[in-house]
Design a protein around this ligand. Structure first.
Ligand SMILES: [Zn+2]
Length: 325
């Protein structure tokens, strides 16, 4: 068996919590403590008014109702757990064609700090001090995604820039700036690879992380062939603070930041499924301050890889073939 360096997600969890999780039992004991703190904090309030404030085991969470996207759209005030003045960032998304109501997600400074820290430590799977990184995401504005990645890179000692949206300009820019690493959306990467092939040229970067949507096995192989190394993948969404799970160097899946997120997989009837089985990813955000969710139905289809990772991380692996349901 080839040994891989332990996932950076374990390092992130230790850095956040000031302790090391050596076994699943250690981690699950911590998760239960965090879950009960969350239930205590949100108990009697808004959407969670009728929820218990204490559970005696993690498995008992299966008895609680789900939170859905509809709840966020229709009843945002019942999900906010801090005053508006404590929120530093609101992401507003026009999601519903029928009602026209936006989906708003709120964050406090502490929520953003946790995300930046996850990016800072997680990105060290592939980013090193002195690197120059191309970002293949649209400019997100103050405290948005690109801002947080930029801050994370700066803390690592790397620099980055937001690439042109259109591939032909992004390639011209790449030729001038010579970035040696890439972080971006699968659509952006696909367009880059097409343009590179059309020009019969090679990218200047040799490491990549793909995030923002599912990345097919074909795209991963195409990236690996073009840059000479297998791309790292990241899973996140606005509801979970943008940061969720990231590959380690074994590339067998994405390690979940389980000190912050309690992940379940459920079947079509909402019943919990064992590790290894495919179903809907349901997430409880244990650490979010402004807008925590209990059992949020992500509408993403995925599974937990049942085998422990060769990198010896205690954080479970989410299969990287995630699909929108
Ligand atoms: Zn691993």
């Amino acid at each position: 068996m080839v040994a891989f360096p332990k996932s950076k997600v374990d390092e992130y969890a230790s850095a956040c919590e000031g302790c090391t999780f050596e076994t699943r039992a250690d981690l699950e004991e911590f998760q239960l403590k965090r879950l009960n703190e969350l239930l205590e904090r949100i108990g009697g309030r808004g959407l969670y008014a009728e929820y218990p404030t204490h559970l005696s085991s993690l498995a008992d969470i299966a008895n609680l109702p789900f939170t859905t996207e509809r709840d966020i759209i229709d009843r945002p005030s019942q999900l906010g757990m801090v005053s508006q003045s404590q929120c530093v960032r609101v992401i507003s998304d026009e999601t519903s064609a029928t009602t026209g109501k936006p989906k708003r997600i709120y964050y406090t400074q502490a929520d953003r700090d946790r995300t930046t820290r996850f990016f800072e430590i997680g990105l060290q799977e592939l980013i090193e001090p002195g690197d120059f990184v191309m970002l293949g995401f649209p400019e997100s504005g103050e405290l948005g995604l690109t801002d947080l990645i930029e801050e994370a890179c700066r803390r690592i000692g790397a620099m980055c820039y937001v690439a042109e949206d259109e591939a032909r300009y992004a390639i011209d820019q790449m030729s001038m700036l010579s970035p040696n690493a890439y972080i971006g959306h699968p659509f952006h990467m696909t367009a880059l690879l097409d343009e590179l092939a059309a020009r019969d040229t090679v990218p200047t970067f040799t490491r990549a992380l793909i995030s923002g949507d599912s990345c097919s096995a074909e795209l991963c192989e195409a990236v690996a062939a073009a840059i000479g190394s297998y791309p790292f993948l990241h899973y996140g969404s606005r509801e979970i603070g943008l940061a969720g799970a990231v590959s380690c160097s074994s590339h067998k899946g994405m390690h979940i930041r389980e000190n912050d997120l309690l992940v379940e997989i459920v079947d079509g009837n909402g019943n919990p499924l064992p590790d290894g089985e495919w179903g809907e990813i349901v997430i409880t955000t244990l650490a979010q301050e402004a807008m925590p969710f209990v059992r949020y139905r992500t509408q993403d289809r995925g599974r937990i890889i049942p085998q422990p990772c060769e990198c010896s991380s205690v954080m479970r692996l989410l299969d990287d073939k995630i699909e929108r349901m």
